[in-house]
Design a protein around this ligand. Structure first.
Ligand code: MN
Length: 311
């Protein structure tokens, strides 16, 4: 059997599961809010052209308006001034859009401190337990923040001192950019940097260092709880916007089913488009451990907000 035939067979038998890491795109999808005089992106919107009516009797279609950096999205190197001479989003090699991923879970720390910052030592300790970060892959930073992604205020978590969301320290951002083997950083928050990163020295170190080094960002991911620490494969699909700085992005993960056969947790016959919830993450009411795509389970020990119910 060819590798691709084997892959398709594995997906159909649920030996390989497909996990959707993407937030739904809707008018209430949270967007970043920069203070004046800085300009902001627009929220996502549908503009109906026709819906089986005299504007188009047999068809329904919409125009859309969106920012490049709205919802789950991809940051290209040219997004930041440090990467201004590097790739735009259409120039990212397609071979980099399918890559292995490590998932570093700091949900408990972020629940205790919304300004929690990942340090180099945290990554080193994680590597001691889980093996090295994947060469040519993603570091996916789980913080439980996806549980807030259905509500703009909870998601941005802003006070009079600005937004308070977890992120990466200046030192760790520089290390990820210059020394770690990863091609990029994926997060559950509105951007790759911490909420307070506007006042770091230098400010916005993830954007500055990673994009400046030609690496990438993925933001507003959800369902990272359904991924193993090592071994997932991420398929990221930004639109090839010519000259674009980023793009809304469908992000999927392929994961091996647990040992003992497919559906060991969720049971056999999990329908396409749904996925298992890890133990301890079952939604109230007991749906047999299965949640529909687009309805993230509560954020582990975060417990700060109900799952997003957008659109
Ligand atoms: Mn962005």
């Amino acid at each position: 059997m060819s590798v691709l035939n084997a892959l398709i067979a594995a997906i159909r038998s649920a030996a390989v599961e497909v996990i959707d890491l993407t937030a739904p795109l809707a008018a209430d999808t949270p967007v970043i809010a920069l203070p004046p005089p800085l300009r902001n992106t627009v929220p996502f919107a549908l503009h109906e052209i026709s819906r089986y009516d005299d504007r188009g009797p047999a068809w329904y279609w919409n125009d859309i308006s969106t920012g490049e950096h709205t919802g789950t999205h991809f940051d290209a190197p040219v997004h930041w001034v440090t990467g201004r001479d590097r790739e735009d989003v259409a120039q990212v090699p397609v071979t980099k859009l399918i890559a292995p991923a490590a998932v570093l879970d700091f949900t408990a720390q972020a629940a205790a401190d919304p300004d929690f910052l990942l340090e180099i030592d945290h990554v080193r300790q994680w590597e001691d337990a889980n093996g090295p970060l994947p060469d040519g892959g993603w570091l996916l930073y789980r913080t439980g923040w996806d549980a807030r992604s259905g509500d703009q205020d909870l998601f941005l978590n802003a006070s009079e001192t600005g937004p308070h969301t977890p992120g990466i320290s200046v030192e760790c951002a520089g290390w990820l950019a210059r020394e770690a083997p990863v091609i990029g950083l994926g997060v559950e928050t509105v951007g790759t940097d911490a909420g307070a990163a506007h006042s770091f020295d230098p400010p916005f170190p993830c954007h500055s260092a990673l994009l400046g080094a030609g690496k990438y960002g993925l933001t507003q991911l959800r369902n990272l709880a359904a991924l193993p620490a090592q071994g997932a494969v991420v398929i990221a699909g930004p639109l090839p916007i010519t000259g674009g700085s980023g793009s809304p992005c469908r992000v999927l993960a392929l994961v091996d089913a647990p040992p003992g056969g497919s559906g060991a947790i969720g049971g056999p016959g999990v329908p396409p488009g749904e996925h298992r919830v890890p133990p301890g993450h079952a939604p109230p009411g007991g749906s047999g451990g299965v949640v529909p795509t687009g309805h993230a389970p509560p954020g582990g020990s975060g417990g700060v907000a109900p799952p997003g119910q957008q659109g």
